[in-house]
Design a protein around this ligand. Sequence first.
Ligand SMILES: [Zn+2]
Ligand SMILES: [Zn+2]
Length: 242
Amino acid sequence: MPLRCAVDLHIHSCLSPCADDDMTPNNIAGMAYVKNLDCIAVTDHNAAFNLPALEKTCREMNVVLLPGIEVTSREEVHILTYFPDVKTAVDFGRETAAHLLGAKNRPEIFGNQLILDEEDETVGTLDPLLIQATDLSIEEIEARCTQAGGLCVAAHINRSSNSLLGNLGFLPPRPRFAALEVYRGAAAPKVDTGAYKILYASDAHRLGDIAEREFFLPLEERSREGLFDYLKSCRARLGRED
Ligand SMILES: [Zn+2]
Ligand SMILES: [Zn+2]
């Protein structure tokens, strides 16, 4: 019998300029614990430098952390990428950030891009503005992510901006995502989502917005592997085994 695990697979840390500075590794893990979530994914924009600290803080709180990044395509569409381990995610983020279009962050306008250690001490900041587009197409992002051993989920497809439906106006037949994320704060998507598994997540940029125990996935085990394998099985059902 699969376990019914409460998940929130779309959370931003203080590396994302648009997220609050108190979205620290300890605060995120602590809030996930308080909310009794089984699994979270932290998915900063186009980089993943807070995942090493989060790996430690989540382990202390007995919260499963799925490493992720929210990548911005050249069409300005947000694609969630998930990885089986933190190192792969950090490396993928480094490669992704090299494809950002070139604007520098201006913290007084966009917010801080803080890299923290497991004590929530600031150990660095990032210069390229993370909330700009990359020069990668949606298909290129999916291909690169798959090549790296990751999985792609189209983010908040029903939002009016930075989404498949908002920016493209339709659900492209390619690439095959593992699943589609639907944002609860917007009208339901008016397209046929076919065999796609639909995921719900908070897209929290503030601590209080991290999801309650309200969205569940049936996992064979309460672990990163269990979660990753589940998402993989969603993709396999659509005809992608790799
Ligand atoms: Zn987004
Ligand atoms: Zn987001």
